[in-house]
Design a protein. Structure first.
Length: 106
């Protein structure tokens, strides 16, 4: 005595709902097993040692020294030249009295 295909599919659907699995009666390759695997990122990242020797790390390790990289040095030089020509950004106003917006016009 054989069971009807619709009855078996209904049983599979209920089974998938109960056990929280994917209903796939055609047996297609869906790739859902990849979503259930553990993430590999932390394991791969632990293969490599932590990166040291950047400018930020040097500044944190030796705050008493002034450590500058080439980019920052170029920017500082450009900024001093612009400031000497009067082309630098204006200083930020800290109080309402310093601001033009709040001064009374005559």
């Amino acid at each position: 005595m054989s069971v009807a295909r619709e009855r078996i599919l209904a049983l599979m659907k209920t089974q998938c709902r109960v056990f929280n699995t994917t209903y796939n009666p055609q047996g297609l390759r869906l790739g859902t097993h990849i979503l259930h695997e553990r993430l590999k990122g932390p394991a791969v990242a632990s293969y490599y040692p932590p990166r040291i020797g950047t400018i930020r790390h040097l500044r944190a390790l030796y705050p008493q020294y002034e450590v500058m990289d080439d980019k920052e040095e170029d920017w500082a030089e450009h900024h001093t030249i612009a400031r000497s020509r009067g082309k630098a950004t204006p200083k930020k106003k800290r109080t309402a009295a310093e601001s033009k917006k709040f001064t009374k016009r005559k």
